[in-house]
Design a protein around this ligand. Structure first.
Ligand code: GLA
Length: 542
């Protein structure tokens, strides 16, 4: 069995930007790994504390395992003077932050800082930290960026949205665009930007940030971990090329059971979230430390392709996630059998669903041990709140045929709840994976897209589109249109049938696929489209 060697992931995978190595192999910047002060200390941080945590990152061996960022979150702010210059907190950081960032760098680590898109910080609103008033970036973008990155030497910034959203009601896209422009104009270093809007903010975010939060704040309990995983389940298409959905800082080492910590860490790894430890590193329990240093899980998170696993099947209450490792469309894939329920879940997953066949080697990454090879079905019982994280190596890679709504890129999607009828993946009882894409169409840009529809040899395919029948409401039924574009060539379907709630109906067309990757888009420029469950492609035998 080929074991994942933790070949020094960082050296192996780190590259300046997306580089094409071959058609199938890509190297991208991997999710950041490090420590952040917020979960344990909130605003109660100080100079000595940050230095001790940086020291502990080295002495615990976490640095050698790949953790490199020491991030100072909210709590360092002092005041802004009459020249607009930002000062640090007089008691917590009497010597300023330049010394600390120098110290962090002297240990061979990277330094991260925090600010706010508006004028007043989250700490000033939620933690009664008066020093957080008037110290945000609003109106001081260039001046603060110069201070943080040129004068103090920070490498990372998390930009929150408390004052900006609650008090100023600014527009997220515009606000973050001007901040990131300012950062880029004052520094030509590759500053890692994290956008913290506690919800998926929209597809524009990928041009601005390396990572973005997708949920409200995590806390050290199972419900919170489960909630964040559920938020990230249908966002895989928005990550990629070195940009990641941020599931928030880790709560490992803060009191959850071993099994829950394994699920927490395992899912953050396979979903390619940034890994920022949130506990006190000077007193971290041994079992949590060894989990965080698990080489095979870290290699999964830091895989060169930088992909987020997506859902391919449901097994009762459980979910099956998969992603390619090392090489796109190769024979090595990572799989998570995730059981969020309170009962044992028996998984039985045909290898074909995972696009593999032949004798397939199976490695358990949490326990770092080989399992028996399989030929047809992957079978495991997974404990409540548990996960099995596996690395598979098959003999053959199969051509995919089913493309679920769960995996679509929704061009106008955001989770900000500002638009009434925004495009969204939503539960539907009769859908094959449990979800459909709803509210497609109405305008040109409001489409769902499958960007990696793969054909081994190219040619004609029968495409069966499964849609939700439309309830007859006035004349709406006749208005529905589905414009299907295959690599830009459009077919228009209309006259969809009505039917019972909970069922899906289908329509067939013939499409031409190119050899390799194809892009299939579904939308409607003028009216709504029917809700889509999935489409299936079968080569036509000519
Ligand atoms: C928000 C963020 C947290 C943390 C605090 C700081 O709540 O989501 O991660 O940064 O602000 O006040």
């Amino acid at each position: 069995m080929k074991i994942i060697k933790s070949k020094h992931l960082i050296t192996a995978c780190f590259a300046v930007s997306t580089l094409s190595v071959s058609a199938h192999k890509k190297i991208v910047e991997t999710p950041i790994m490090g420590w952040s002060s917020w979960n344990t200390y909130r605003v109660n941080i100080n100079d000595e504390l940050i230095r001790k945590q940086a020291d502990a990152m080295v002495s615990t061996g976490l640095k050698n395992s790949g953790y490199s960022y020491v991030n100072i979150d909210d709590g360092f702010f002092g005041w802004r003077d009459e020249n607009g210059l930002l000062h640090t907190h007089p008691e917590r950081f009497p010597n300023g932050l330049k010394d600390i960032s120098d110290y962090i760098h002297s240990l061979g680590l990277k330094a991260g800082i925090y600010s706010e898109a508006g004028a007043n910080t989250c700490g000033s609103l939620w933690d009664a930290d008066k020093n957080g008033i008037g110290v945000g970036l609003y109106g001081f973008e260039h001046q603060d960026a110069d201070l943080f990155f040129n004068k103090w030497g920070f490498d990372f910034i998390k930009i929150d949205y408390c004052g900006a959203g609650q008090q100023l009601e600014l527009d997220e896209k515009e606000r973050y665009t001007s901040i990131v422009k300012a950062i880029r104009s004052v520094s030509n270093r590759n500053i890692s930007v994290n956008i913290c809007r506690w919800a998926y903010p929209g597809t524009w975010v990928r041009d601005l940030a390396r990572s973005w939060r997708i949920s409200s704040d995590i806390s050290a309990n199972w419900n919170s971990v489960k909630h964040i995983i559920s938020k990230n389940m249908y966002l895989s298409a928005f990550a990629g090329d070195g940009h990641y959905n941020d599931m928030d800082m880790l709560e490992i080492g803060r009191g959850m059971s071993r099994a829950e910590e394994e699920t927490h860490f395992g899912m953050w790894c396979i979903m390619s979230s940034p890994l920022l430890i949130g506990c006190d590193l000077t007193s971290i329990p041994e079992s949590s430390l060894s989990l965080l240093k698990n080489k095979e899980l870290i290699a999964l998170n830091q895989d060169c392709l930088g992909l987020q696993a997506y859902i391919v099947a449901r097994c009762g209450e459980g979910y099956v996630f998969v992603k390619d490792l090392e090489e796109k469309r190769g024979k090595i894939r990572a799989v998570a059998l995730y059981n969020p329920s309170d009962e044992v879940c028996s998984f039985s997953v045909p290898l074909s669903v995972l696009e593999l066949s032949g004798k397939t080697k199976v490695r358990d990454l949490i326990n770092m041990k080989d399992e028996n090879s399989v030929k047809d079905n992957l079978k495991f019982d997974v404990q409540p709140h548990g996960v099995k994280i596996l690395k598979l190596e098959g003999e053959n890679r199969l051509e995919p045929s089913v493309y679920e709504a769960e995996r679509a890129y929704l061009n106008m999607y955001d989770d900000l709840a500002k638009r009434k009828r925004g495009i969204v993946a939503m539960p539907y009882h009769g859908a094959s994976g449990g979800m459909i894409v709803s509210n497609i169409g109405g305008q040109k840009d409001n489409y769902a897209e499958w960007r990696e529809v793969y054909s081994e040899n190219g040619g004609k395919y029968k495409m069966t589109v499964y849609y939700v029948p439309i309830e007859e409401k006035g004349r709406e039924i006749n208005d529905r249109r589905l414009e299907i574009s295959v690599n830009g060539n459009m077919v228009i379907l209309s006259d969809f049938e009505s039917g019972n709630t909970g069922t899906v109906l289908s329509r067939e067309i013939t499409v031409d696929l190119m050899k390799g990757y194809n892009v299939i888009r579904m939308g409607s420029r003028y009216t709504w489209s029917p809700d889509i469950d999935r489409f299936v492609l079968e080569p036509c035998n000519e």
